[in-house]
Each structure stands twice: as structure tokens, then as C-alpha cells.
Design a protein. Sequence first.
Lengths: 87, 165
Amino acid sequence: MTAVLHNRITLLRTERNVSRKDLAEAVGVNFQTIGYLERGDYSPSLELAMKIARFFAMPVEMVFSFEPFQPLTAELMQAKAKIAGDA
Amino acid sequence: MAGHSSKLVRPRAGRLTRRGRRAAIIAAALVIGGLLGAQLFAVPPGSLAASVLKLATALLTVGGFALVMTRSLIWFMGNAPDEALDERELSLRNRSYFRAYALYAGLTVLAGFYFLDLAPDFGLWMPTHYDQWWALVWAYLILALGAPAAFLAWDEGDPETESLN
């Protein structure tokens, strides 16, 4: 059985005002495929996952995960708390 | 990947949803299957009705294939060179071709078993007239040419919008 691969493509794309077509052209797929990725109906190859992460200038684990993602705000709060704790 | 270097013209995605495409496939299979079935079992071979049915089958099939082959993104996905498709489309196409091959091979084995062993041994129905053989061969050709695209159309999702959301 194939594991479900969660992703933040929709969030990152809308946050940066990027259309499916723009992202598709940038990573070399057809825009239909971006919709499949966003819904989790298709799991990308490592190459495509890396290209998408590179497009958003983020580590691949920030874009794709086997575990469901927390909201980015929650992760931000945790990071801030960690930094404050380290200081 | 993705065909940006390809000179092939990629048709735009059709308006049919997956459900609509599946309904169209079922309708086409029922119509063509009904016509071929009537030629095999209902209409006297060699009659005028059989000729009319043959003509209707040929026109519908050739017309249907011509329509799909010239305008359908699904047909493009089924027949374009690898470099014109992205990884998801290639994966979908591979799966569709595998299913079509499995169906075709399975039916060939069953037909061979029936016509070579079962029918002669047990006195079961066999085609006796040219019109009946014509219907069987036509069914075989339609299946060979149409099954991969039909499986592809069955599995491909709804058309996406190009918009931001």
C-alpha cells in the first residue's frame, strides 16, 4: 500500500500569488498535474518534489510530508518558543 | 517532461467531467455492442437489415474514432511520444495500456478456448456467415484500438481550471 503524501502546494501557491499554470511551467509538468498533487491524488517523483520545493525556495520536508502538516502559524509559534528557550 | 519542447499540438482539456466521460464510454460500448450483438444473434445474416447494421456500425465507429482522435486530450495522452507527457500522465498511460492488454489477452484466450474447444465439442454457437465473422472481427478491432484510450478516459480526473485557486 502506498503511503499518503501530504503537501502544502496550495497554501504556498496562493500565498505567493502563483497560478497552477505558472507553477506547472516552472517545474515542467502540465497544470492538470498540479491539481492532482494538491489534492493528494498523485504522489510526485523525488525529482518533481525537489523541483517544487526549489521553486518555493523551501526545504522539501516543508512542502511534502508523510504526516499531516500543522498550520504554518503553529509551526512558527513553536519555532519562536524554541528560539526563546535557547536564548 | 511536459512537452514544452514538443512540436505536437496538445489539445485543450475537454469540458467533460470524469463522470461524463465514463457515461460516454458506457453509452458508446452499449450502442456498438448492441449493433454487433444484433448482427451476431438477431438479424438474419446476408439480409438487408444486416447490411444496414454493418453500415451503421462502420460509420459510427469510424466517425467516433475520427472525432476522438482529432480533438481529444485523452487520445493525445494515449498516443503522444513520452517526451510530450509529464510523469503523472506517463504513469496513467502505462496503467491504461496494461489494463487494455490484460483485457485483450484475456478475451483472446477465452475466445480461442471457446471457438477451438468448447463450441465444436459441445455443439455450441459458432459463426457461420461472413456477416457474423465481420461483426466479431470488427468488435476485436474496436477493442484493440479503443480500449487503451477508454481506460485512460475512465481514470483521468475532472478538468482543472488554470486559475489561481
